[in-house]
Design a protein around this ligand. Structure first.
Ligand SMILES: *Cc1c(COP(=O)(O)O)cnc(C)c1O
Length: 456
């Protein structure tokens, strides 16, 4: 096997400010030990998120100059509509400024208090929008998928038994639609198989419940289907994506992921009544239906980006970056979530730092150690993000303590990944010296973004 190379050359560079270890001690202290409060310029490799952080191609930059900024019916809108229609086959297409705008308008127009919305796993903005509309947002992953060490090809699949049980328990009249998220972001970027989507669709059809796909990483999911599912070997990713959307009645998407753009989103659907309601809400909150809160140039850029995300060589390379890092970590005995997902590697902080109890935030300890050691910015997905307080005011830990290293698209090269591995290894070698943290100040909601920590 030959080395899998980046299928692009670099025409423009963006300098990285290489901080020293002493500087990082100072910067982290000034950020109250919360990496969200660091200046991006003080980070060497930024793996906080893969959302909107990708690099655009020459074709995308050229398309940007072709942006038609007409208020209504622009040429850029037509390019966008034709591309999204080609991939999804949907009758009604609406741009939005981000994925969460599509979710919020879907919730506003279709969800009422008392409704129940099942999903393999809701992303946090999806859950927040549905709960804000008064619905119950349920995650229906099989038990197997909750074990970080278990190797399964389609760990994002929905549990069909649980879906049938939810429909029986709550009643069809309380379920305006069911969602499925490809790939399953909160569950580790794990893919969903075509067979599972077909099974979900079959159950829903019997009950006349529409299926809405959260399609943020549909192209990465199509790649996994091609590589892992019988019957899809050698198939163009576009055809796989077209089949995937053929089972859906509607979809929401953040174009900051597989749109390979820095901003954008969409909502698409087949149903005329859904479209009419969505359009009216869109005009009120986002913009006229042919731009939906985006500039014409953004529509051009995402039309190109969506097709580039479906290029097989791009996906081979994308997947190779995840595998390259995860296989080195596994070989060194460093605990990670398995198998590798589509857009990130997850370190298991509970197994990495067993001497730090969950309420002393092992994930934060690991995140901060990665920054101090090598200027790497990761994110904790553990007790700080998901922990809850019970009725007696006692803090309850999250079942998993993960640290996510999310990979921006087409941004870092192999030497960056080699460096990343070295830094993780150095932290691993001194893991016994790492200490836990306490929170000294926190807001009421979404505390992980802004709370202050102190070393114990
Ligand atoms: C990012 C994301 C969203 C929200 O999209 P934004 O563009 O950030 O508003 C929704 N669902 C999933 C699965 C995501 O990854």
């Amino acid at each position: 096997m030959h080395t899998i190379i980046e299928p692009f050359r670099i025409k423009m560079t963006e300098p990285i400010h290489l901080t020293t270890a002493e500087e990082r001690v100072e910067k982290l202290a000034a950020a109250h030990n919360n990496v969200f409060l660091l200046d991006a310029d003080d980070v060497i490799i930024d793996l906080l998120t893969d959302s909107g952080t990708g690099a655009m191609s020459t074709k995308q930059w050229a398309a940007l100059m072709m942006g038609d900024e007409s208020y209504a019916g622009s040429k850029s809108w037509k390019n966008f509509r034709n591309t999204v229609h080609n991939i999804t086959g949907m009758k009604h297409i609406f741009p939005t400024h981000q994925g969460r705008a599509a979710e919020s308008l879907l919730a506003l127009t279709r969800v009422k208090p008392g409704h129940v919305i099942p999903n393999n796993s809701h992303f946090d903005t999806t859950r927040a929008n549905l709960e804000f509309a008064g619905a119950l947002a349920l995650n229906l992953l099989p038990e197997d998928a909750l074990d970080p060490a278990k190797e399964l090809p389609f760990k994002g699949n929905m549990d069909i038994g649980k879906l049938e049980q939810v429909i029986e328990q709550y009643g069809v009249e309380h379920i305006p639609f069911c969602m499925i998220t490809v790939t399953n972001n909160t569950g580790g970027g794990q893919p969903v198989s075509m067979e599972n989507i077909r099974q979900v669709k079959a159950v829903l059809s019997r009950h006349k419940i529409p299926l809405v796909i959260d399609a943020c990483r549909f192209a990465e999911n199509a790649y996994f289907i091609r590589e892992r599912e019988p019957g899809y070997k050698g198939k163009p990713l576009l055809e796989i994506a077209q089949e995937l959307f053929s089972y859906a009645d509607a979809a929401t998407m953040s174009l900051k992921k597989d749109g390979l753009a820095n901003i954008g989103g969409f909502f698409v659907c087949q149903n005329d009544e859904w479209a009419e309601d969505f359009k009216n809400a869109l005009i009120l909150r986002e913009g006229f239906p042919t731009y939906g809160g985006l500039a014409g140039r953004d529509l051009e850029v995402t039309a190109v980006g969506l097709m580039e995300a479906l290029e097989y060589d791009y996906q081979v390379y994308r997947h190779a970056t995840v595998e390259y890092l995860i296989q080195k970590l596994i070989a060194a005995g460093i605990p990670v979530m398995r198998p590798g997902g589509g857009h990130a590697v997850f370190l298991d902080a509970k197994a990495f730092l067993p001497h730090i109890p969950p309420l002393q935030y092992p994930g934060i300890s690991l995140v901060n150690a990665l920054y101090l050691e090598g200027g790497i910015r990761a994110v904790e997905l553990g007790t700080v993000m998901f922990g809850k307080y019970d009725e007696n005011g006692q803090e309850q830990p999250s079942p998993l303590e993960l640290v996510r290293l999310a990979f921006p698209r087409r941004v870092y090269t192999q030497s960056h990944f080699d460096y990343l591995y070295e830094i993780i290894l150095q932290v691993w070698e001194k893991r016994d010296q790492l200490k836990g943290y306490t929170i000294t100040k926190q807001p009421q909601f979404l505390r992980h973004f802004s709370c202050w920590f102190e070393n114990m």
